[in-house]
Ligand binder design. Structure first.
Ligand code: PMV
Length: 343
């Protein structure tokens, strides 16, 4: 029996960054990473494979909708390529209907592809009749987007680069169980400093960085020690140590990209102003630490008790348009499923 399955996944923000691939085709990271999965902001995706008449079987045409509208070609073709992986694994050649709703605010710079491919991996495999483990789903989601492998799991998550050529061990795993990450009251305040899409995609920017930045080898060499330090910080629930690692990881990633040819600069004046606000908060005794992804927005890690003060200081910063306060959240999960009726 074919099912229509709806899955939900939260986005995640890396505290130790992923920047560079060891295999572009399989989307294998060149180094590990460590992230925080967020509640509320994410993706809800419904997938159903529709049984069709014999004649239509050879050439499945997937229908892809984003926010209730037919999706643009770039998004739709990424989804179709991903569905081909699921079809190959399930041994089916049926077309699918995919409906995605993102609750990530538009242009918030909160990687919607991480949540999107995590939700799609779960919904599409279940709809195709497959029951994959979270680890297998993590490897599959990675094919859509490197960071998506981490959104299968909740709270604090580590991603392994793996050593296998097929990427079977390039998967994420949770560092804490759910009661443990829920008990650690941390928040991420997102300072939005621009509207609109980012200038260069993370895939293109990683490729250019690896090919042209003289700092790329040094960046990769710095990641394992940051991962060890960040994991120890999580184990000790030491926000200060975790924040220090997060700031240096983000700055090293950006320094490496800035040194590419042509240079890759994601920051704007609001980014720098928000970084200065974080430094000022710290000089006032507030444990607040920033990270920055492939865009100009600044995400600030802090204790839940300080989140209102951190958000207020960021809101008052020149160039900051809006601030969101986000809590840790669960990994990808199925929220609905129902049988698909035969035509
Ligand atoms: O998952 P991708 O291909 O969009 O790359 C993510 C890159 C960063 O967000 C900058 C870092 C990370 O680890 O998420």
């Amino acid at each position: 029996m074919m099912l229509s399955v709806t899955a939900r996944a939260g986005t995640n923000i890396a505290l130790v960054k992923y920047w560079g691939k060891r295999d572009a085709a399989l989307n294998l990271p060149a180094a590990g990473s460590l992230s925080l999965t967020l509640a509320d902001f994410g993706s809800e995706t419904t997938v159903s494979f529709t049984p069709q008449g014999e004649g239509q079987r050879r050439n499945p045409v997937d229908q892809v909708f984003l926010a209730g509208q037919p999706a643009g070609e770039a998004f739709a073709s990424r989804v179709r390529k991903f569905l081909d992986l699921v079809r190959a694994r399930a041994g089916i050649d049926l077309p699918a209907e995919v409906r995605t709703e993102n609750s990530v605010p538009t242009a918030a710079g909160l990687a919607s592809s991480a949540a999107g491919f995590a939700a799609l991996a779960l919904a599409a495999t279940r709809a195709a009749g497959l029951e994959l483990s979270l680890t297998e789903l993590s490897a599959l989601a990675r094919r859509g987007s490197g960071s998506a492998a981490r959104s299968l799991f909740g709270g604090l998550v580590a991603m392994a680069p793996g050593v296998l050529a097929d990427g079977g061990d390039a998967v994420a795993h949770p560092l804490l169980d759910e009661p443990a990450w829920r008990a650690w009251d941390i928040r991420l305040c997102v300072a939005i400093t621009a509207s609109g899409e980012k200038g260069i995609s993370s895939t293109a920017a990683m490729e250019r960085t690896a090919r042209t930045s003289p700092y790329y080898a040094a960046w990769l060499a710095s990641v394992p020690a940051d991962l060890v330090a960040a994991e120890a910080a999580v184990e000790a629930r030491d926000l200060t140590l975790l924040g220090q690692v997060a700031e240096r990881s983000a700055l090293r990633m950006h320094a490496c990209a800035m040194a590419a040819e042509p240079h890759i600069v994601y920051w704007n004046s609001g980014t720098l102003a928000a970084m200065a606000t974080v430094a000022r908060l710290r000089s006032q005794g507030v444990a607040a630490y920033f990270t920055i992804d492939a865009g100009p927005h600044v995400k600030v890690l802090c204790h839940a008790a300080d989140a209102a003060a951190v958000a207020a200081a960021l809101t008052a910063t020149d160039g900051v348009m809006r601030v969101l306060v986000l809590a840790p959240g669960p990994g990808a999960h199925v929220i609905r499923q129902s049988p698909v009726s035969r035509p």
